[in-house]
Write a protein that binds this ligand. Structure first.
Ligand code: GLN
Length: 194
């Protein structure tokens, strides 16, 4: 059966995720309000890049926050990229706000430096191989604890990780033509034990 993946579409780079997921035969639902979360059966959720402070604020203003937190806590598979990773993190070393606080990671925002912070590199992703990685004012994970698995490192900094139903990347897999990270996410939906 065709899968329904919700893509948070209130700010940032959601359109690129949708284009990529549709190439993989998934049906995407743009999430802009609480009823979008309730009216459809969602098999997965994507939290895209953008500005985490803005998205975090909008989540609360649009009354999406509690329902999202509950769904993620209940095991809904989630892919969080860049700002999405910051939103999912239980700690942000250089911010006073914690958002969804769902994952046992501590992140640093704009960790690669503000000016030279956008770059492209090919890096090794666990279980996939070498993939293109586009970083845009990206965070990295400075600490993980308990049941978090490291999926990728660049310059000894963690840039992708997984905890049960949650996958996060510092980089933007949706900006390359390589579909493998999204494919991996769909595999996780199909087999939660992955
Ligand atoms: N710098 C942004 C933030 O802190 C994240 C950048 C991105 O998502 N490309 O939220």
């Amino acid at each position: 059966m065709t899968k329904n993946i919700g893509v948070l579409a209130i700010q940032g780079g959601f359109a690129e995720h949708i284009a990529m997921l549709e190439k993989l035969g998934v049906h995407c639902i743009e999430i802009r309000k609480k009823s979008d979360l309730i009216s459809y059966h969602l098999d997965g959720l994507v939290l895209p890049g953008g500005e985490s402070t803005v998205i975090g604020k909008l989540l609360r203003e649009l009354d999406l926050f509690e329902k999202l937190k509950e769904m993620i806590g209940g095991g809904l598979p989630v892919l969080g990229t860049c700002a999405g990773m910051i939103l999912l993190s239980k700690n942000i070393v250089n911010d006073t706000h914690i958002h969804l606080g769902a994952m046992n990671i501590s992140v640093m925002r704009n960790a690669f430096g503000k000016q030279s912070g956008s770059f492209f590199i090919e890096g090794e992703f666990k279980g996939i191989g070498k993939i293109p990685m586009t970083f845009i004012r990206a965070p990295y994970i400075e600490k993980i604890w308990e049941d978090v698995d490291v999926l990728a490192k660049i310059d000894n900094h963690i840039v992708a990780a997984k905890q049960r139903n949650i996958i996060v990347t510092s980089f933007h897999p949706e900006l390359a033509s390589d579909l493998r990270v999204h494919e991996y996410f769909i595999d996780l939906i199909e087999d939660p034990k992955l």
